[in-house]
Design a protein around this ligand. Structure first.
Ligand SMILES: NC(=O)c1ccc[n+]([C@@H]2O[C@H](COP(=O)([O-])OP(=O)(O)OC[C@H]3O[C@@H](n4cnc5c(N)ncnc54)[C@H](OP(=O)(O)O)[C@@H]3O)[C@@H](O)[C@H]2O)c1
Length: 376
């Protein structure tokens, strides 16, 4: 296997190091903007495209552009693609899997969901044998780190976020993490693979943790609950629900106990029940190791994406219901607030779709609103 590596940042340098250490393949080119002092460096994608011996391109630059142009050009040149870029795959999902099929090249993105956890590969194997009825879990280490520290140390959201930034877990602009967008991409990819569908990411209900306060967290703790932000998808009779929301879990449950920046993702299979996967959801070596594993799967002859089918469907978020914690000053939420609960209220049971519609109005009145689903 001869590789063109796009990007030599956190993950790219890890991929380079692991491949060299194992002698598993040849990295012939490393494309990066900077002068990084390695013999394989090029600043020109054409070098990789023009070299017919390069059979695989590993994209770890991040972002949409030029990653999209480079990945599609690589496929059109007959090269297989491995990427860790969930933003890219979730945005151009249909187009990228169709192009890979048309060109007869492989396309894998295991490191895009769960970093070091081989989640998409596990899901692919599971759904070959059984129907997957649900998938759910902690899919973002940064927000788990923030929520864990708020609970354990009684920190405010702002202090917990600053600590996460100082440790390099959260970026200078943390929006993608704290507003749930990173998890949205991961849920979308997971649902597509598990249920052989193609859902529009814009249809997912996404509620983040930007507005959670230490008073909220303290009140949840007094009631024996822990708040985690979960990505979830369910399938029943062809109807698929998918969403991202803070969720209140019994404090002694397995998911509530996930520490620091770890991930825990589970699927529920029709016959074998719940299977859970725990580990480093990000970081240089765990993520790079998964990208390298994708390369080795390709070298061993794997050609398919994780699913051969992708039915276009509309989400059915009206089929899943919760009682919600809601803290807001919005008048439009008054009818929903049934039972006092800490600094906010509990609603009666309502569907995710109903909460999604209500939040559009509530947010227009009160941008500091915070909601969390109460797990059954
Ligand atoms: N970090 C993680 O833990 C993690 C986990 C799972 C998935 N991922 C995914 O892995 C991908 C890479 O993440 P990362 O953390 O390694 O990012 P990163 O540290 O920012 O590395 C990206 C590298 O690509 C280079 N680059 C950007 N645009 C380029 C261009 N047009 N041509 C050539 N080189 C270019 C960057 O150069 P400059 O530094 O000069 O911009 C940088 O060296 C992202 O899609 C991310 O979502 C990351």
């Amino acid at each position: 296997m001869i590789i063109g590596l796009l990007g030599f940042g956190t993950i790219g340098a890890g991929v380079y190091e692991i491949i060299k250490e194992r002698g598993a393949a040849e990295v012939r080119y490393v494309l990066d903007i900077r002068e990084i002092g390695i013999p394989e460096l090029t600043h020109n994608m054409e070098d990789i495209l023009a070299d017919s011996e390069v059979d695989t391109v590993v994209e770890v630059m991040g972002g949409l552009h030029p990653a999209y142009e480079f990945v599609t050009a690589a496929m059109k040149a007959g090269k297989s693609v491995v990427t860790a870029n969930k933003y890219l795959v979730a945005t151009f999902y249909d187009e990228l899997i169709a192009l890979a099929k048309e060109m007869g090249v492989a396309f894998r993105c295991t490191a895009a969901v769960g970093g070091g956890i081989g989640w998409l590969t596990a899901l692919e194997k599971a759904k070959r044998a059984e129907r997957i009825t649900a998938l759910e879990g902690i899919m973002n280490g940064t927000t788990n780190y923030i929520l864990s520290n708020m609970k354990e140390k009684g920190l405010s959201f702002e202090t917990a976020l600053s600590e996460a930034q100082a440790l390099g877990y959260a970026e200078a602009d943390p929006s993608a993490d704290i507003d749930g967008l990173d998890i949205m991409h991961k849920v979308m990819l997971s649902a597509n693979v598990a249920y052989d569908v193609s859902v529009k990411k814009e249809e997912l209900f996404v509620a983040g943790i930007r507005t959670i306060t230490d008073e909220d967290v303290k009140a949840f703790g007094e009631k024996g609950l822990t708040c985690k932000i979960l990505g979830s998808a369910f399938e029943n009779d062809g109807a698929v629900a998918a969403f991202v929301q803070p969720t209140l879990l019994p404090a002694d449950s397995m998911t509530a106990s996930v520490p620091a920046n770890f991930n825990l993702i589970s699927y529920e299979a029709e016959h074998s029940g719940k299977m859970s996967f725990f580990g480093q959801g990000a970081g240089r070596y765990p993520t790079a190791a998964n990208a390298v594993q994708d390369c080795l799967d390709l070298a061993a002859g794997k050609k398919e994406f994780y699913t051969n089918e992708s039915k276009q469907i509309a989400l059915s978020n009206d089929k899943v219901s919760y009682r919600y914690y809601i803290r807001t000053t919005a008048k439009s939420a008054k009818a929903l607030c049934k039972e006092p609960f800490g600094p906010g209220y509990l609603t009666e049971k309502m569907s995710v779709a109903e909460m999604q519609a209500a939040m559009v109005k509530i947010k227009a009145e009160d941008e500091k609103v915070f909601i969390a689903a109460l797990a059954e």
